[in-house]
Design a protein around this ligand. Structure first.
Ligand code: ZN
Length: 561
């Protein structure tokens, strides 16, 4: 998963008391299918690919490296050997795309002229910014700042912070997060896409704004200012620019700096924030103007998604697909850790996800009868650079979005042992909840919601790119209730792993791994996927979900053809 921008453990609450999901009637999985899952999703089937992909020889699978090429060749040949067909065009197993790297040289000091005073914000201490354009020089000239509250337009919540104001060429100052005080509004405390920084910048770009400044506060971000500094201070990675609306500047300002800035025009942050907590809020022109210019250093490399299709057996439903996905990239070779290891092995993240998709894919190929819908095993690239491979696939899908029944994404795996529970990150969003609950129950496990709901995990791995084109996803995290362990043992293991190994060279395969939980989880994914391939109807978003409109659009595009 990507977390370089959200490393904060701060402000996270572990809810111990969790409601088990009400189990709806779902058709059972036949014994023959369960038997195939048991035969092919085994420790050996999982461990062998993890050993290969996380070995020193693969050098951390950084995009566009030799290790990346070897990874792709390995995945492609495994799919071929399993009886899959090349997923892309005429016999192509890979879908190449470019990654653009942008290093911006922002000024040490950024000046603003308010009604009453001039304010200078200092790079890193007060503000962080990156280029919104893939060009060598970017300039904003005498642009006006406008406070736009949350910067959200959400018809399903009858919420529009812009109220048709003309914001072209302005710099929009906006709050992080989404309204969180009412459970019926933006899912209460749960952070929706509307509450994320990527939405904020996209939303501002749709208004033809020149730039956006997100106000950082620790509670609204879920992490301290230092995380903004460390994750936005270096090179940024993107897909090559297309015709999409783009800001020229994407910035953050610290809370303290924002207060100082607003005061220059006689505004008070707390009063503005209070006004923003209403549907009646209107954009507030701040009477603050600024100019800024900076240069960028650009670099371009190529990597590729890898995919294979197992054609469905039903004459009609075979035109629809269930996508099993896992990202194959990691960070390559980088800064050494305390032991001097410089290879970011990415054994859990995400050799383990690739291994699970391979094992599940193999099980599907071994079924006595092919599934009714087709299955696409998709290994996406560039996830750690910002979900780039899945984003690219979603822009260039090999099945029309309205025919992609569901995405089952696997990012990481349980290495601590079998659990009595399974955590469903995507819980509450679609009819897939019932499918997952019925399979979990057949395993004797309880399905629980996201254990860290404020972290927005749903938006931090590749299922998110599918959601944006309307495809509902199943996305699990490790269970936390480990068999034969004290109640909070699991949470401690997971948090310690995040602290000591996550996105570090130490994420490697060793003798301490217990595969029993990963086997449980991969079987849960496989049997859920099988139920989705067999059902007469495609899965659906829960009414009012933030991605329901995208699905309707995809289905009507299909009907229009
Ligand atoms: Zn990761």
């Amino acid at each position: 998963m990507i977390a370089i921008r959200e490393l904060g453990r701060l402000g996270t609450v572990f809810t111990a008391a969790l409601a088990a999901v009400a189990v709806a009637q779902s058709p059972a999985v036949p014994d023959a299918v369960e038997q195939v899952a048991r035969s092919y999703i085994t420790r050996a089937a999982l461990e062998a690919p993890i050993r290969f992909l996380s070995s020193d020889l693969l050098e951390g699978r950084g995009p566009a490296t030799r290790g990346d090429q070897l990874t792709r060749l390995y995945l492609q040949t495994r799919l071929e050997g399993m009886g899959y067909r090349a997923a892309f065009g005429t016999g192509a197993w890979q879908q190449p795309f470019d990654i653009v790297g942008i290093k911006s040289q922002l000024p040490k000091s950024w000046s603003f002229q308010g009604k009453n005073a001039r304010v200078d914000l200092v790079w890193r201490d007060d503000y962080i910014a990156v280029s919104g354009l893939q060009s060598e020089r970017v300039a904003l000239d005498d642009a006006e700042l406008v406070f736009v509250g949350y910067g959200i337009q959400a018809p399903e919540y009858k919420w529009d912070d812009f109220k048709a104001a003309n914001l072209a060429g302005k710099i929009l100052v906006m709050m992080n997060n989404d309204p969180d005080w009412d459970p019926n509004l933006f899912a209460g405390k749960r952070r929706l896409y509307y509450g994320r920084w990527d939405y904020k910048y996209e939303s501002a770009a749709r208004q033809a704004a020149a730039g956006a400044i997100i106000i950082h506060t620790t509670p609204s971000a879920g992490y301290p200012w230092q995380v903004v500094q460390s994750s936005w201070g270096g090179e940024q990675f993107e897909l090559p620019a297309g015709g999409e609306a783009r800001l020229r500047l994407k910035a953050w300002a610290s809370e303290e700096a924002t207060r100082r800035l607003l005061k220059a025009s006689g505004y008070d942050l707390d009063k503005l924030l209070a006004a923003a907590r209403s549907r009646d809020f209107r954009p507030v022109p701040l009477g603050i103007r600024t100019s800024i210019a900076f240069t960028n250093t650009l670099a371009r490399v190529q990597t590729a998604n890898v995919g294979g299709v197992l054609p469905g057996g039903d004459p009609t439903l075979a035109a629809q697909v269930v996508v099993l996905s896992a990202h194959h990239d990691h960070f390559g070779i980088g800064e050494p850790d305390a032991s001097g290891d410089r290879i970011y092995h990415g054994a859990v993240d995400n050799a383990s996800g690739c291994a699970q998709v391979l094992a599940i894919g193999r099980a599907f190929a071994a079924l006595p009868q092919p599934p009714r819908r087709s299955v696409l095993a998709l290994f996406v690239a560039g996830e750690e650079r910002g979900l780039l491979g899945s984003k690219y696939y979603a822009m260039h899908p090999t099945f029309p979005p309205g025919r992609i029944a569901a995405n089952i994404n696997i990012d990481g795996g349980n290495i601590f042992g079998p659990t009595r529970d399974a955590s469903l990150i995507s819980m509450g969003k679609s009819s897939l909840d019932e499918v997952a609950a019925s399979v979990a129950r057949s395993q004797g496990r309880v399905l629980k919601p996201d254990q860290f709901p404020d972290r927005g995990y749903y938006y931090r791995s590749d299922q998110f790119a599918f959601a944006k084109i309307g495809v509902p996803a199943l996305y699990f995290a490790d269970g936390t209730d480990f068999i034969g362990r004290p109640a909070d043992w699991g949470r401690k293991q997971i948090e310690e792993w995040e602290l000591k190994k996550y996105h570090q060279p130490a994420d490697k395969l060793d003798g301490s791994w217990n595969f029993d939980g990963m086997i449980q989880d991969a079987q849960l994914d496989m049997l859920s996927a099988w139920l989705i391939t067999q059902a007469d109807a495609m899965p659906a978003w829960k009414p009012g979900d933030e991605f329901e409109a995208a699905r309707k659009q995809a289905l009507s595009a299909l009907a229009g053809k």
